[in-house]
Design a protein around this ligand. Structure first.
Ligand code: AQP
Length: 350
């Protein structure tokens, strides 16, 4: 029997952000800035991953609000919802469907090694949700469902991306013959997704503790700058940011073993589009109060247009819901086709 030759998949970008709270400067510099850049050269899908959000308890009203807030932030940061697909994960049921198939491909040992699970589950692992352990498999499903080739993420997601590649590889190996029988040249169905971990600041740290990453779920509001913060809140948070008693060094080497200073200089560099060394050329020898004042001015200048645009967009939740519905319809068209191919490859009747 002759099988049709399948087209090779196009280069495609996928990335997601959890609707667990407001977007912060880490999400912005680590991920969103790259999302905006990539839209010029790739087909991009940007997803609000609400299924991931419920791996830890969420208040339903807050969850809906956060989903809209993140969609609004995507648009306010410059992602064009017509050119790209902006959607929320729970409107495309194939994410969960593919995750089940991939659960049967991934190995328990692989998941037990994931550092994010260890960090989030803490000491009480037995009491963590099954979803929290399975989080990286759902993430692999998000990416592979669209046969995405490139995934822009912050440093913290590197290990999950490696796992997604392992899962894709094992699926391709386990079903190699069936993949060929179904017309996929070379027995490869899932491309191995390339992590794009670059850009101005791949790991922004907490303003209260330079050894912890800036995070939406940190209990302290002073640990992060939210994209929804106004100028006063930004100024307060930066002025209260933890530092050390020494003035700033003139060279990057002098930032070693000074995590808080390194973080603030990194944020300044990322927001101003300069290298850290250049920032230190200007501020080396300055005390933190001078440097923080400059950082407040820079942060407010860069972030307040985004905040203002987010507020305008949030005045019309009907518009946001429409963007998400439209994006979900367009995402689903791709997802359904790929899920049908997975069903054929695995041997499900349809
Ligand atoms: N501190 C960070 N620096 C650089 N990039 C970061 N990202 C997150 N924190 C930083 C990147 O932002 C994207 C979206 O992240 P997410 O919402 O999916 O979840 P996360 O990585 O778990 O981020 P949070 O803020 O820490 O959320 P919670 O507290 O809910 O777990 C990803 O590309 C991530 O790498």
């Amino acid at each position: 029997m002759e099988f049709p030759e399948q087209p090779t998949s196009p280069e495609r970008v996928f990335s997601g952000v959890q609707s667990t709270g407001n977007l912060h400067l880490g999400n912005y510099l680590g991920a969103i800035v790259k999302f905006v850049e990539l839209q010029n050269n790739y087909d991009c899908l940007y997803c609000v991953v609400d299924l991931h959000a419920i791996t830890v308890p969420q208040d339903p009203i807050a969850l809906r609000n956060n989903t809209r807030e993140i969609a609004a932030a995507f648009i306010a940061c410059g992602i064009d919802p017509k050119k790209n697909i902006i959607f929320n994960q729970s409107q495309v049921p194939e994410h969960a469907e593919l995750a089940w198939v991939l659960n049967c491909v991934a190995r328990i040992g692989w998941l037990n090694r994931m550092t994010q699970f260890k960090d989030k589950a803490g000491k009480d692992r037995e009491n963590a949700s099954m979803g929290l352990l399975d989080y990286p498999v759902l993430m692999a499903a998000d990416i592979l469902l669209y046969r995405a080739t490139h995934v822009p993420v912050g440093e913290d997601q590197k290990q999950h991306l490696e796992l997604a590649r392992d899962i894709a590889q094992k699926f391709n190996n386990d079903f190699a013959q069936s993949i060929v029988r179904n017309g996929y040249d070379g027995g490869v169905f899932f491309p191995l997704p390339e992590p794009l971990i670059s850009g101005p600041a791949t790991r922004v740290m907490s303003l209260r503790d330079g050894s912890k990453k800036m995070s939406k779920s940190d209990a302290s509001e002073y640990s992060r700058i939210n994209l929804s913060d106004d100028a006063d809140q930004i100024a307060q948070k930066i002025r209260k940011a933890k530092t050390d008693p020494e003035p700033l060094p003139s060279e990057e080497k002098g930032l070693e073993a000074r995590p808080e200073a390194n973080n603030l200089v990194g944020i300044f560099a990322a927001l101003s589009g300069r290298a850290k060394s250049e920032v230190l050329k200007e501020y080396g020898g300055a005390n933190f109060s001078t440097f923080k004042n400059a950082l407040v001015d820079l942060s407010v200048a860069k972030l307040s247009p985004i905040t203002a645009q987010m507020r305008r967009i949030r005045e019309d939740d009907g518009y946001i819901d429409q963007v998400l519905r439209d994006g979900s319809d367009r995402a689903r068209a791709i997802a359904r086709e790929n899920m049908n191919a997975v069903k054929d490859i695995v041997g499900f009747l349809r």
